[in-house]
Design a binder for this molecule. Structure first.
Ligand SMILES: O=P(O)(O)O[C@@H]1[C@@H](OP(=O)(O)O)[C@H](OP(=O)(O)O)[C@H](O)[C@H](OP(=O)(O)O)[C@H]1OP(=O)(O)O
Ligand SMILES: Nc1ncnc2c1ncn2[C@@H]1O[C@H](COP(=O)(O)OP(=O)(O)OP(=O)(O)O)[C@@H](O)[C@H]1O
Length: 404
């Protein structure tokens, strides 16, 4: 399949974007599905600016390359939509019309096209705390949503993953969270090799351990988990790191099964996960009536947020604080919604390439890159949907608890 005369390969998609690798380059095209609404170029421009000037700096990922808009002829967008149809998963077919505007973004599944073999772990961690609205149930949004997903056959089996374990900062709980993601990946965990998914919710667990052993740098799954945890707890993704081994006695440590989500994170403020959690929590302490804002459509809120960020360095604590203080409650909630639904991409390679940070594991150097994708702004309607989803899942959960 060719776009702009370049060979492209389907990588994956979500509800809003279809992502194509542009073969032989270090970038992807994020095609925008426009079913139901005409996408206008100013909205795409705002969206790209929001990612580049607000979300990436807030996550201190300043070295992450910026997104740019590209424009296709309408016929090209329509040709592409047809060419992709049979490659795409059927449950995503209900949205197939593509906008002529697309986003060119770095290919985050690769450390570098110069590496012979590139791997990438994708984690969609979801909300790492119990929001006020759910406190009464002592359950987090992800864990409660599992009841809704099972009831509506969106997933076959309840996941034992709890985002609060991943965001706990406690290495044993983080290990447990990752193991549960690997056991039942749903749409929250994937492993790529050279841009192709080699482990996801359709795979057999045994293949995962075999893949890790074959990669031949981690030894066992345990070594691999240590590597991921260390990166999630790092504060700076531009330097070399030494992989600290965890004692063998904690191998496959399992926390006792409990019915409540444990919200007692010990993350320190310099870690990447802390910064993500801080953004997710932005919307929780604010009180406003979402329906008031719905009347004005989305009212150019994205450009207002971008204006608020002008002349600030959002990677600096003081500027960040100033920025947060001046945001309207609804804008805080919208930034939080993006942070709650983004994906962390951890790419790594055993192949040495100069000027790329590495993790030293005994005699091995593992090149790495940590970045975040799916940072495009959400619509105000998503905040309304969240409230509706909460009511639905609580009802199903309460029914389930009564029957128990
Ligand atoms: O909030 P949720 O849990 O319903 O998250 C939606 C995701 O569901 P899931 O992660 O499977 O629970 C949902 O993921 P899937 O399409 O189910 O893979 C989307 O990410 C959706 O975002 P958008 O509205 O399309 O921009 C997400 O919606 P918003 O976060 O934008 O509300
Ligand atoms: N820059 C990138 N480089 C490589 N792969 C990517 C990149 N961005 C996204 N992907 C892959 O494509 C998938 C879909 O992208 P993304 O999550 O951004 O879509 P979306 O439609 O915005 O998602 P959602 O359903 O959460 O709204 C991701 O899960 C990831 O596997």
């Amino acid at each position: 399949m060719e776009v702009f005369g370049k060979q492209c390969k389907y990588i994956n998609e979500g509800n809003v974007h279809i992502v194509l690798e542009v073969v032989g380059t270090d970038y992807v095209l994020r095609l925008i599905k426009q079913d139901g609404q005409q996408i206008n170029v100013n909205d795409v421009r705002d969206s790209v600016n929001f990612v580049n000037l607000v979300m990436i700096p807030l996550l201190n990922n300043n070295f992450q390359c910026k997104e740019v808009i590209v424009t296709m002829a309408e016929e090209e967008a329509s040709r592409l939509s047809h060419a992709l149809y049979h490659i795409r998963p059927t449950h995503r077919h209900f949205k197939s019309i593509l906008s002529q505007y697309a986003i060119r973004a770095p290919n985050l599944a690769l450390v570098s096209p110069l590496c012979e073999t590139n791997y990438c772990v994708e984690i969609k961690p979801k909300e790492g705390f119990i929001s006020k609205s759910l406190c009464a149930h002592s359950k987090c949004y992800f864990c409660l949503k599992q009841y809704l997903k099972v009831e509506t056959n969106k997933v076959e089996k309840h996941s034992s993953y709890c985002p609060l374990d991943l965001f706990s900062g406690d290495k044993y709980r983080m290990r447990d969270a990752l193991l549960h993601l690997i056991e039942n990946p749903q749409n929250n965990f994937k492993l790529f090799k050279n841009g192709v998914v080699i482990y996801d919710d359709k795979s057999d667990l045994k293949t995962f351990h075999n893949i890790i052993e074959r990669i031949n740098i981690f030894g066992t799954t345990d070594g691999f988990l240590n590597f991921i945890i260390q990166l999630l707890l790092a504060d700076d993704f531009s330097s070399d790191l030494d992989l600290k081994e965890t004692k063998a006695s904690v191998k496959y440590f399992k926390i006792q099964k409990r019915n409540e989500c444990v919200d007692d994170s010990i993350l320190t403020s310099n870690t990447f996960l802390y910064k993500l959690l801080e953004l997710q929590k932005l919307g929780d302490s604010v009180n406003f009536d979402v329906t008031n804002y719905l009347k004005h459509e989305d009212g150019g809120y994205v450009s207002m947020i971008i204006e608020n960020a002008a002349n600030l360095n959002l990677g600096e604590a003081k500027d960040k604080e100033h920025f947060f203080k001046n945001l309207e409650p609804v804008h805080r909630a919208l930034i939080a919604a993006v942070a709650r639904d983004c994906s962390i991409m951890i790419s790594f390679s055993p192949n040495y390439v100069e000027n790329i940070p590495c993790v030293q594991k005994k005699e091995h150097k593992i090149m790495y890159r940590v970045s975040v994708t799916d940072l495009e702004p959400k619509s105000i309607k998503n905040l309304v949907k969240r409230k509706e989803t909460e009511s639905e899942m609580i009802e199903i959960y309460q029914r389930y608890m009564k029957q128990k």
